[in-house]
Design a protein around this ligand. Structure first.
Ligand code: DSN
Length: 457
């Protein structure tokens, strides 16, 4: 064995010191930073153990007990257990709902649904990207450039949020849907701080003869804990990633109704062989572990705390004089509209990166282009996994306020032009001081999945 593949039994450290070292640096970055990307989370050690297991070695195209390769007796059991836990996590009966746990992630899951249930050039309607929607729900630019494959292969007409309130404009959505007559209406988004009115979506879908799909990727952990409304009562298909609020490995799932429309065969065939090859069995094993966690009381408490933390952050930022889209949040994220303060989302992201706070610039409704966004998206799931509570998120709001003030001050002293402005940020004493405070703050909290002592550097 050692002769033909001598690296196989070595540690990563000795086999590949460069990658080992970069992983140590990434661990340290995660421990020392304030992680506020709304779609990220810190998964658990057992999930990572399953991800790093021998399941990565196996091919298993097909469905459990009906594979194209032999040797799948263990993989079959893992995948069936995963399906079972997925249905249980959302309180679904096997008679009414089925689930495919093979999608590599959320975008492939969404594409599989479209391939399964639509014909090329069928019409779809999803929330517009600048309104908080996701690329795969049909995004194209204001000039008609087709960005997402969804808009390349299907005819997409987005609906939007109301520009005054930031809430989905259901009246306009209905009017547009009745004119456009989509075959599929899509709810769900990446930067929408409010819950979804599934009843209203269902009424509109029924009125215009559309199927109703929910992409619950951002809120799937909250839904499992019953901290957001359940899409399953009203939707035909529900997709999700599994690494956001659900706190699992990077993967995807598609839930489908079992009825006379025979979605199961169509969706399974779309995932494989239409779009994917062999399932990533290490991901499925890891997802199975995460779905066990998702049925515990601790997970419920975690989701409750995530919402409280997002709310505390929004309230503190408002108290400090900032503007939140929709005036706050009822889920895990806030969308910070920086336009009234005269700072762009890109500049805020840049300063935050410089002080070791990770968040992302984000379009705010009314922005002319997704490339020059007027806001930032801030999420609570990751830092809540590290044990932070409301008062800690209020402290994060104070750090964000300090960061914004540094950015505004640099505009005064160095000018608004990006290249000049950056000179006021890079190497600034205020930035270095804030970075020190942020790192000391973050490092005081536990990290799920690994400890500070495990960082070898
Ligand atoms: N990239 C994810 C997000 O940040 O919302 C969605 O795919």
């Amino acid at each position: 064995m050692e002769k033909v593949f001598p690296e196989a039994l070595q540690s990563l450290k000795s086999a590949d010191p460069l990658i080992y070292q970069l992983i140590q640096k990434e661990k340290l970055r995660q421990i020392r930073g304030i992680e506020l990307i709304a779609s990220e989370n810190f998964t658990s050690s057992p999930v990572m153990e399953a991800l790093g297991s021998c399941c990565t070695n196996k091919y298993s195209e097909g469905q459990p007990n009906a594979r194209y390769y032999g040797g799948n007796e263990n993989i079959d059991l893992i995948e069936m257990e995963c399906q079972d836990r997925a249905l249980k996590a959302y309180g679904l009966s096997e008679k009414e709902w089925g689930v495919n746990v093979q999608p590599y992630s959320g975008s492939p899951a969404n594409m599989a649904v479209y391939v399964a249930l639509l014909q090329p050039h069928d019409r779809i309607m999803g929330l517009d990207l600048p309104s908080g929607g996701h690329l795969t729900h049909g995004y194209y630019t204001a000039h008609g450039k087709k960005i997402s494959a969804t808009s390349i292969f299907f005819e997409s007409l987005p609906y939007k949020v109301n520009y005054e309130t930031g809430y989905i404009d259901y009246e306009k959505l209905e009017e547009k849907a009745m004119d456009f007559r989509p075959k599929m209406l899509i709810c769900g988004g990446s930067a929408y701080p409010r819950d979804w009115d599934y009843k209203r979506f269902r009424e509109i879908a029924d009125k215009c003869g559309a199927m109703l799909m929910m992409d619950m990727a951002h809120i799937s952990g909250l839904v499992a804990a019953k901290e957001q409304a359940s899409p399953f009562e009203y939707c035909d298909v529900v997709t999700t990633t599994t690494h956001k609020s659900l706190r699992g490995p990077r993967a995807g799932m598609i839930f489908f109704r079992r009825d006379e429309r025979a979605f199961e065969g169509k969706i399974n065939n779309a995932v494989f062989p239409s779009l994917q090859g062999g399932p990533h069995n290490h991901q499925i094993a890891a997802l199975c572990v995460a779905l066990k966690h998702a049925q515990t009381d601790e997970f419920k408490k975690y989701q409750v705390q995530t919402k409280k933390n997002a709310d505390a952050l929004a309230k503190k930022l408002i108290e400090l004089g900032y503007s939140m889209v929709t005036g706050g949040t009822e889920n895990h994220l806030v969308l910070w509209d920086l336009r009234p303060n005269g700072l762009t989302g890109s500049k805020m992201e840049y300063i935050c990166d410089s002080v070791h706070i990770t968040l992302n610039k984000n379009a705010v409704f009314g922005d002319a282009s997704a490339l020059t966004p007027g806001g930032c998206r801030i999420g609570a799931p990751a830092m809540t996994s590290r044990g932070l509570v409301e008062k800690d998120f209020e402290q994060i709001a104070v750090f964000l306020d300090e960061a914004a003030k540094i950015g505004l001050n640099a505009q005064e002293t160095h000018g608004k032009k990006l290249v000049d402005w950056k000179k006021g940020i890079d190497g600034s004493k205020e930035v270095a001081a804030l970075k020190g405070k942020v790192e000391a703050f973050a490092e005081a909290f536990d990290m799920p999945g690994f400890t500070r002592d495990s960082v070898d550097m």
